[in-house]
Design a binder for this molecule. Sequence first.
Ligand SMILES: Cc1cc2nc3c(=O)[nH]c(=O)nc-3n(C[C@H](O)[C@H](O)[C@H](O)COP(=O)(O)OP(=O)(O)OC[C@H]3O[C@@H](n4cnc5c(N)ncnc54)[C@H](O)[C@@H]3O)c2cc1C
Length: 503
Amino acid sequence: MFLDFLKPGKPHARWKRPDKFDRNLVVIGAGSAGLVSAYIAAATKAKVTLVEAHKMGGDCLNYGCVPSKALIRSAKLAHQMRHADNYGLTPHQSQVPFADVIARVHRVIAEIEPHDSIERYTSLGVEVMQGYARLIDPWTVEIALNSGETQRLTTRAVIIATGAQPFVPSLPGIEDVGYLTSDTLWEHMKDRTEAPRRLVVLGGGPIGCELAQSFARLGSEVTQPEMAPRILMREDEDASDLVRASLEADGVRVLTRHTALSCGVTDGRKWIEVEHGGETRRIEFDDLIAAVGRAPRLRGFGLEDLGIKVDRVVETNAYLQTLYSNILAAGDVAGPYQFTHTAGHQAWFATVNALFGDIKRFKADYGVIPWATFTDPEVARVGLSEAEAKEQNLPYEVTRYELDDLDRAITDGADRGFVKVLTVPGKDKILGVTIVGEHAGDLIAEFVLAMKHGLGLNKILGTIHIYPTLAEANKMAAGLWGRNHISPRLMALLDRFHAWRRG
Ligand SMILES: Cc1cc2nc3c(=O)[nH]c(=O)nc-3n(C[C@H](O)[C@H](O)[C@H](O)COP(=O)(O)OP(=O)(O)OC[C@H]3O[C@@H](n4cnc5c(N)ncnc54)[C@H](O)[C@@H]3O)c2cc1C
């Protein structure tokens, strides 16, 4: 059965193959994965059509990375102004002009918009169609254009890049109280002059933590229920503990091991009921953001009719091909990651395999995948965490360098955090790195490069890092590892050598 899945061609048998094709590639969805796919196809002279039902740029530009990072920046500045005395300045306690903050978020989106625009992609050689695409057979895509017309295109290959959407838990009453998601939040906040007074952010994952901290810093009273024992469950405990402490210092009420049960309105007051240790209680709120995960967009555009398995993600093989070798998937819809950079990374493999797979196919390479959560402090990771190493029974050594030792972190008042490196016992080979601290998402890049190209800690130690920078933390961690691995025999030899030289 499984081998059948891998055999290209077989599932096509029940469909009539067109004699000629209108396109080499049709890409469905113009988010991070779709844009990169279309770009690569056009750059390699393929005739490519990119279909987008809604907004060019998808989640990242319109509802995800861009608006959230813009909000985080304003929230951080508001926090620094409030704590300016930490820097010898007068603290600024005044009310946050929330409408201006949100207006800036939308200005930032507008400023980046041209990068993903129809005009830009058209100029790059991509045909962009605005409409809803549906697969009719393995080679035909029907597009219900936003203009009202319908068009059918035959194509040698298709890339499914339809992304994901916020998952809303089916709590009794949630529809009655109303809720926001990352999809609706930014537009909804446009009309506000003040941050929500009492905000519940449901979910302790990266999106929930970023939003909870930002809104708290912008003046909301934030409660963050999370049913897991801790926030940022994917990260090691030491990392998630530091973020929790920081969120709490910002006033977020972090409620771990709290399961949401239902929502309702009593006497005009909205509430959410949560359970903790067998007891239930109600938390009143003015706004609720559901941030409990994102579900791939899998249905309604023909995958089911073609018999392509859509369980949690579109089922693909190592080459990102579905049951049909000419229909591939990339980005959030394909999993296993939900990041813009992994969507773009997969897009390369999907496009090359779609266009040139009959000559040579490439397996999507998930060897070294980094990511970051942009809380303050940021948490960045590449490779294994300690928990994962333990789960996999892999022997490892830990080197942990604390940022309160780093000159630049001290001068910047950014001395919370650490660089933690997991290595193969007795060797400088890096298994994984977690960085918690200011600009951790940038600092991790050096380790990503090292892991990708098989460079060990000795190579990082042998590289000049500018003083005083945060990047020196990476070298310090490597130095710490080096000191812990000095050969006692060599030291004894040196001792004798110097004694001999002294005469
Ligand atoms: C609040 C938030 C913050 C985030 N922050 C980060 C971050 O800091 N860093 C990071 O790496 N990632 C972040 N992400 C995740 C990132 O946004 C996604 O991983 C990325 O956008 C996925 O890209 P994609 O191309 O797979 O899908 P999407 O960007 O969702 O694009 C899919 C597109 O397909 C279109 N579409 C769907 N079906 C059809 C159809 N049948 N016909 C035509 N068009 C269709 C949709 O309209 C959509 O525009 C964040 C996400 C959120 C929600």
